[in-house]
Write a protein that binds this ligand. Structure first.
Ligand SMILES: CC(C)(COP(=O)([O-])OP(=O)([O-])OC[C@H]1O[C@@H](n2cnc3c(N)ncnc32)[C@H](O)[C@@H]1OP(=O)([O-])[O-])[C@@H](O)C(=O)NCCC(=O)NCCSC(=O)C[C@@](C)(O)CC(=O)[O-]
Length: 317
């Protein structure tokens, strides 16, 4: 392709981000990979993501290694994270389902953790082996211990637009859990479309209903791309005022307890969309796309990012 026929690039991202991206590739993206992934590969991925400008990189999960073997090296991952001198201002949150996980995360140096609930009873049982109410009760000691230790706690809610076991999920159920998580002390609640089943109309209803109970500024969008709606759903959530989004480089991922779920919306696609909307993310899209290509080659899997593939094709032309 000649230079003149190239599509115009969206504006480059200026220094101060107006939208916060939470890169979940090293955790959500890798947790479902069947092949063993070396800790060194996970750390190289994290380093490349930080070098591309991502400031929130979910590093691992302090969950049971019997349930999610891929995250069994959580302490080693934490020990090998880049130093603050190398990448200033980068945050490395981790998942903690219970106090045992929180204590291990704290001992490993975590400064931010995430608790995860579901808006569906069936999913809660499959994912964390307890009811929704029991999960919230398990979070209480985490929030208390985190406050003492000065650790920030994020909340997740899974299945906000549908459940693989239960089907429809009422936005009111999501709103009630979001309110509870914020009242408990979570600084933000990430709304997970775990099976990527939602459409923009559902996102509009969801944010409208949840936004009646909690400030939209305290919500994040976490969209999987299983049905190809990831970017459209982000655009709708953005239109509704959401300014924090979770994504994974190259669209890595799936969920061990949501059969058929594909990865998160790809970070490259999200960055392309947001820059096109005039937002800044602080992310260098070319460096990110190179990172996406690299991890896909490492894992021997196709690149799930449309923008990443388009950039590669442009560079090869
Ligand atoms: C929550 C549990 C532990 C309950 O699992 P359980 O079996 O009910 O727990 P338990 O308390 O009976 O303990 C059983 C064993 O696990 C150990 N154990 C207990 N807790 C821990 C811990 N924290 N770390 C390490 N080990 C732990 C415990 O010590 C014991 O070991 P044993 O005596 O048998 O040797 C389990 O169900 C679990 O680990 N689930 C994790 C599931 C998971 O990671 N899912 C994926 C993340 S969520 C997600 O992807 C959705 C999200 C966030 O991305 C948003 C979206 O898209 O929807």
């Amino acid at each position: 392709m000649s230079m003149s026929s190239r599509p115009p690039a969206p504006p480059a991202s200026p220094a101060a981000p107006t939208v916060r991206l939470v890169e979940v590739g090293p955790r959500d993206g890798l947790q479902n990979e069947r092949q063993a992934i070396a800790t060194a590969t996970k750390l190289a991925l994290i380093r490349r993501l930080a070098a591309a400008g991502l400031k929130d990189i979910e590093a691992t999960a302090f969950v049971s290694p019997k349930w999610v073997p891929q995250m069994a090296d959580h302490a080693e991952v934490m020990a090998g994270l880049p130093s603050a001198a190398e990448f200033p201002g980068v945050n490395y949150p981790v998942l903690t389902p219970n106090l045992k996980g929180f204590e291990a995360a704290l001992a490993a140096g975590a400064r931010e953790v995430a608790v995860f609930a579901a808006a569906s009873e069936a999913f809660s049982q499959k994912n964390i082996n307890c009811t929704v109410a029991e999960s919230i009760a398990r979070f209480e000691p985490i929030l208390a211990a985190a406050q003492t230790a000065g650790v920030r706690v994020r909340g997740y809610i899974s299945c906000v637009l549908g459940c693989p076991y239960q089907g429809e999920v009422a936005p009111e159920a999501v709103a009630a859990i979001a309110r509870e998580l914020l009242q408990m002390g979570c600084f933000e609640v990430s709304l997970g479309d775990t099976i990527g089943i939602g459409t923009p109309a559902g996102v509009q209803r969801l944010i409208g209903t949840v936004g009646e109970q909690v400030p939209v500024a305290r919500l994040a969008g976490h969209f999987h791309d299983t049905w190809g709606m990831g970017v459209a759903n982000v655009a709708e959530a953005w239109r509704q005022g959401v300014r924090v989004f979770d994504s994974s480089v190259a669209g890595l991922g799936g969920c061990p307890y949501a059969k058929g779920a594909t990865g998160n919306v790809a970070t490259e696609d999200l960055v392309w969309l947001l820059h096109g909307l005039g937002e800044s993310t602080g992310v260098d899209l070319e460096a990110l796309a190179a990172c996406g290509e690299w991890i896909c080659a490492e894992l021997g899997r196709p690149n799930g990012s449309r923008a990443g593939r388009a950039l590669r094709a442009r560079c090869a032309a």
